[in-house]
Design a protein around this ligand. Sequence first.
Ligand code: ZN
Length: 676
Amino acid sequence: MTSLALSALGAAAQSAKEADGGFRYTDERFADIQMLRYRVEGFDELTLRQKTFIYYLQEAALHGRDILFDQNGRYGLRLRRLFETIYTDWKGDRTSREFAALTVYLKRLWFSSGIHHHYGSEKFVPEFTPAFLRRCAAEVPAEKLPLQPGETVEALCDALEPVIFDPTVMPMRVNQKDGEDLVLTSASHYYGDGVTQAEAEAFYAAKKDPNDPCPVAHGLNSRLVRNERGALEERVWKIDGLYGPAIARIVEFLEKARPYADRPEQQQVIDRLVDFYRTGSLRTFDEYSILWLRDTESLVDFVCGFTETYGDPLGLKASWESIVNFKDLKATERTKRLSENAQWFEDNSPVDGRFKKKECKGISAKVITAAILAGDLYPSTAIGINLPNSDWVRREHGSKSVTIGNLTDAYNKAAHGNGFDEEFVADEATRRLISRYGDLCDDLHTDLHECLGHGSGRMAPGADADSLKAYGSTIEEARADLFGLYYLADKKLVELGLTPDAEAYKAQYYTYMMNGLMTQLVRIRPGAEIEEAHMRNRALIARWVYERGRDAGIVSLVRREGKTYVEIADYEALRRLFGELLAEVQRIKSEGDFEGARLLVETYGVKVDPALHDEVLRRYERLDLSPYKGFINPRYTATFDEEGRVTGVTIDYTEKYDEQMLRYSRDYNTLPDVND
Ligand code: ZN
């Protein structure tokens, strides 16, 4: 599970900000996106062995890139290759408006690893014409186009045109609309043609053994398709299965990395992961997860595999992602203090005693420095990660949480002084509170969310963790956020030296409510609803609390000179409301109460007030900011001796966004156009 940056709405406008000795945190903007850069603080101080380990791991990470393009839509790779060829080879008028529009489309396609918005999941609307695309395709070298055997350029355009231009074809990557067939209407490629939601649910329900205390995550690493005989079967993602060519390269580089691992325990982690990639066995995957979460000592660490299930409307199938990182030893002192006190937090939470963990096992947390982002963590990324996702593994063995320090730092540096708070925060006193405590509380909320929130609570006997279905992700994120919000205001944090005083939490309470009630709407198109799980969760929390606190004057929306502001009159009462909702959300999860989850999410997390939405969009537009951010990776270059051993690794931050994407497409090109 992941947490996403709350503060990321605001990053800086045109002016590329210079800070920290001239390092440029901001880069180009296009569509609704601003590209940022992150700095890998401390890389130069690592030993050659550690650098070599990171080098091979980041090669493994980058070799998985094509997988996600196919997972996000069956035409993803063909479309990417078509547009890239036009971008690099078309000799027509490259200053024309249509070519500029095509360029923006390609940049968005790279950013989303597909043709749907990475966050809202709706299909892009191209601002060039089908005729222009056909003309370009006809004028580039045909051998560079993703043509299938015997296919003409004309036929390629016929096949792809509706996918790009027809708003009724594959309109949503992940459709979450209550009452629709979520599998048939989602464009992501986790299910084969014509497989229905009811069939998929029945298929996986039949695989469940209610008496198995250690159930594997059925469906996690496969596409569910109908075979020639009309029966459903899984195409497993493994070295000799679907996505095999990409997986073979990932395995090759994991094996190259292995000798340089920090510790023998970490070599076992790699061995088991490689086993999983070879066999596709989900039991092996759980064994790998357990070894991985137990390895808390290694300085360098990584995730490299099928991990999060946000992209599957049924929450079963995992997108491919990778992050390579190393521990930020100083900042990790902060999260250590939380994890060492995990049992205290569990015991004192407002949750019903039946749903509390009697014994908090194996909770580890650290602050890390990201060295590379890949797959579903690139370019748009999480700022916190808590894994593994398996409920029984978490219950029996615990979990590992990370807060990604250099990414939150980059977000914060890019956001300061951009006028966002001046526009949306109600008054000067609150703005001062936010500028004083905002960054610190943001980090701490992420720590609490990942390290304690996701790890807290337990299922009621006999209840099934999957029964919340499409609402599972939103409820889980709400649970972790609420745990964090509730405890951010606790005296215990002052005692532990994590917050400087008893006022600091108010900064986070204010920005959380402002975001959930108002400002996150800048990410929603007029007339659309909230789709993404983290956004739904924030709307759900803020609105539920608002509706209960409004009449008592605890929190209100006030209007001044045509502008709406959030005002919080009683922060302590607000905390009690967060606590009440936490207890209810935990009950829903623990009991697997689907109807309770549906009601909560549909009532508070989905719909948008059109008048307020319109106002927020207009105010935001005047600030000239981009509502979404993503990161350009640094580039690593290794030097080798005659025996092929690495003698040095250098890091470079100057690569441009399009250069990086084209290089990745060239050097990490692992999968064919069509993966059936
Ligand atoms: Zn989370």
